[in-house]
Design a protein around this ligand. Sequence first.
Ligand SMILES: C[S@@+](CC[C@H](N)C(=O)[O-])C[C@H]1O[C@@H](n2cnc3c(N)ncnc32)[C@H](O)[C@@H]1O
Length: 244
Amino acid sequence: MQRIPDGCVDLVVTSPPYNIGKEYEQRREVDYYISWISEVIKESARIVKPSGSVVFQLGNYVANGRVYPLDCLLFASFINQGLIPRNRIVWAFNHGLHCSKRLSGRHETLLWFTKTEEYKFNLDAIRVPQKYPGKRHYKGPRKGELSGNPLGKNPGDVWEIGNVKNNHPEKTKHPCQFPVELVSRVILVNTDSGDTVVDPFMGSGTTAVAATLGSRNFIGFETDAGYVEIANKRLADLTTKEVA
Ligand SMILES: C[S@@+](CC[C@H](N)C(=O)[O-])C[C@H]1O[C@@H](n2cnc3c(N)ncnc32)[C@H](O)[C@@H]1O
């Protein structure tokens, strides 16, 4: 990332390692981990344009049964870079491990920050159907007109999207993919066609797939050559069929 010039990309969106001992990471002291991710946050803030956004999808760091939400541990690191907080989105899903000594985790979060007050926000690109699409004002000066936006409603900050477990159609050998639908929403709302999206921890290339489907350019980083191969295959498959 240090080789990317200042202020030249439109969006950084990623899900970093959580320091929980997955096959692609080495557990570190939490202070070391936080300062490492904070460096990535610093680079993210540096490389986005004034109209750009930084979005990190985060879960929990768990040690000895103690649960530390990473969005809490890292929030100050974004603020320290001068980034402006816009939303803390709850990604809710209905699958996962069943815990016996605490409630089972069924959500993670996305922290969305912008670099300045003049940022891209294409709400129309991510509207969802109204609960009552044909509902009309029944009195007053707008009587008879549709009461909701015919393009749909704001999706809100709780997104119910299934996570990528074994039987999911997008599942690859990567142990922690996020779904295309999740990152697509972020890309569509925060960038325009032809913009450039960066994922510093690209894993199986989900962000690359979503960027390509949305006609955006993509730059990604990944240390594991096997995952890069998976990402390249997913991208190649896009030219011949729907998302793998
Ligand atoms: C949570 S996963 C990202 C998964 C991705 N969102 C997807 O849908 O496949 C984090 C990824 O970061 C990669 N990684 C770990 N350290 C890295 C580093 N220093 N630079 C780039 N990638 C790294 C890991 O190999 C892993 O694939």
